[in-house]
Design a protein around this ligand. Structure first.
Ligand code: NAP
Length: 491
């Protein structure tokens, strides 16, 4: 393991207060929330711990701002977003440092996340100008029928810790492009990146109150305060399926619009004609990005039996070579897990699989000392019925299971109530197409381990969510349609 003694000084200009109506202010209660480095378990900052009172003020500020913001031109909003995009790239280094310190991922990955986060802002700064309506032929000559699209209203965005920047820009950029104003509640484990992004948005010069940020330890109470208010019209959430289900229930009273990006349990299906060099490289990125803490992380490696030994040998060698340590240490490829429960879940999945007959090929243990580290691990002999085959592990665990025929591989891949991402590896174009069509997932990587990109629709089937982010669909999610029937026109 790489040395854990690293300088974790934060960038100097990181805000730590709430942003409400364009002003930074402490929490109403004056309480603060500690932010820790998961690699050292040391507290690195205290941020305001917002309460229901603060949440209500933030919503009020967003409501006031919406009345003016919805009237701004798409071209003006596009320019504000473009300035924000440029500011994010200009502050790439401090942002990446913050991500590594509060989330744990290696700095090279954090830099990649900043670029990915910025790409949504760039994409939606351009899409802002393409909110088209349409005309519809009428049945009589004295009428004209039109459909126009307008911003849905005030939006609540609730985001997770695993991509502390990208999960925010993927929501905020299209919301702001559409002319919505936003109340944001970032994950309590990674609030600093969110506050820094908000500061950069403010500096881009948009009206006060377009983005309000409540960092808090009271997620449920803050969500209640927002969702019980009729003026909040949309909730966009990324996080776990149980919390997404809770938000569906909470949205019922005010019939708020919902976009939900929830959990996954991605199958990684390897057929016997796959190019193994390409497959192992894709496995490393799809499995180990952010230490396996990605919603699209491959969770089950389903390998055709006649290449099982070769795949297992190569996957084990590649996994054993990964360098684990503090994300700020040069060369580190695997950081810590986010917290103690996150680490325990991975260890529980390993123990459960071993108790039911799986074998460790490499890794398998937590590291001693401080920080929530688990060795990158490969298990062979994994079978249906083991927890790793059914739940999202969210950690650096490669679980290998065998299948015989294409039919069985696809059936095994689809035997999950989740439907976010799936991967398939084959040299046959016919098989690639057949399998892609039959996989019951919102995203399919064909000979590809990293499908996510700003211009493509990202989202899940079944328990993995509702709606899409990115692409033109990402903007549609923040627009309401209005049909106008215009009579009295003398043709
Ligand atoms: P989480 O526990 O569901 O938390 C997500 C966000 O919801 C956090 O801001 C959290 O606040 C907040 N929250 C917690 N309880 C809440 C409640 N009762 N009401 C309203 N908000 C509440 O998920 P997580 O552990 O942060 O993130 C990991 C999960 O996100 C995984 O399942 C992963 O697959 C999923 N994910 C999905 C996608 C996708 O695009 N589909 C992308 C990334 C992650 P606190 O931080 O204060 O708890």
């Amino acid at each position: 393991m790489a040395a854990r003694q690293v300088d974790t000084t934060l960038p100097k200009d990181v805000p730590t207060q709430l942003l409400i109506g364009g002003k930074w202010r402490p929490a109403h209660s004056s309480q603060t929330l500690a932010v820790s480095d998961p690699a050292t378990e040391q507290v690195v900052a205290e941020v305001a711990d917002g309460s229901v009172e603060d949440a209500r003020l933030a919503l009020e500020a967003a409501v006031v701002a919406f009345s003016g913001f919805k009237k701004t031109s798409a071209y003006q909003r596009s320019r504000w977003l473009r300035s924000w995009f440029e500011a994010i790239l200009a502050h790439r280094d401090p942002l990446a440092r913050l991500i590594t310190i509060e989330n744990g991922k290696p700095l090279t990955e954090a830099l990649g996340e900043v670029d990915y986060a910025a790409s949504f802002v760039e994409w939606f700064s351009e899409e802002a100008k393409r909110v088209y309506g349409r005309t519809i032929p009428a049945t009589t000559t004295d009428r004209r029928l039109l459909a126009i699209r307008q911003p849905v209203g005030v939006v609540a965005a609730i985001t997770p810790w695993n991509f502390p920047a990208a999960m925010i820009t993927r929501k905020l950029a299209p919301a702001l492009a559409a002319g919505c104003t936003v109340v944001l509640k970032p994950a309590s484990l990674t609030p600093l990146t969110a506050l820094y992004l908000a500061k950069l948005w403010q500096e881009a010069g948009p009206p006060d109150g377009t983005l309000n940020v409540i960092t808090t330890s009271q997620a449920s109470a803050v969500a209640d305060a927002w969702m019980s208010d009729q003026r909040l019209r949309k909730v966009t959430f990324t996080g776990s399926t149980p919390i997404g289900q809770e938000l569906i229930r909470k949205s019922a009273d005010q019939v708020q619009r919902l976009s939900l990006e929830l959990g996954g349990q991605a199958p990684f299906v390897v057929f016997d004609d796959a190019d193994l060099d390409l497959t192992i490289a894709a496995m490393l990125v799809s499995k180990f990005r952010n230490g396996g803490q990605s919603c699209v992380a491959s969770n089950r490696m389903l390998v055709q039996r006649n290449i099982l030994a070769a795949f297992t040998e190569r996957a084990t060698a590649a996994t054993a070579a990964l360098r684990i340590g503090h994300g700020l240490t040069p060369g580190v490829e695997i950081g810590p897990l986010i917290d103690r429960p996150g680490r325990q879940k991975v260890l529980d999945h390993i123990a459960d699989a071993l108790a039911k007959g799986a074998q460790v090929q490499t890794g398998g243990r937590a590291l001693d000392g401080s920080g929530f580290f688990v060795q990158p691990t490969v298990l062979s002999g994994v079978q249906p019925g083991m927890r790793v085959m059914e739940e999202e592990t969210f950690g650096p665990l490669v679980a290998i299971s065998a299948f015989d025929t294409e039919e069985q591989g696809v059936a095994l891949a689809n035997s999950s109530p989740f439907g976010l991402a799936a991967y398939a590896f084959t040299a046959s174009a016919g098989r690639a197409w057949r399998v892609a069509e039959r996989l019951e997932y919102g995203i399919v990587g064909l000979n590809e381990g990293l499908p996510s990109t700003a211009q493509a629709p990202f989202g899940g089937w079944k328990l993995s969510g509702i709606g899409r982010e990115g692409a033109s669909e990402g903007l549609d999610a923040f627009l309401e349609e209005k049909y106008i029937a215009w009579g009295g026109i003398d043709a």
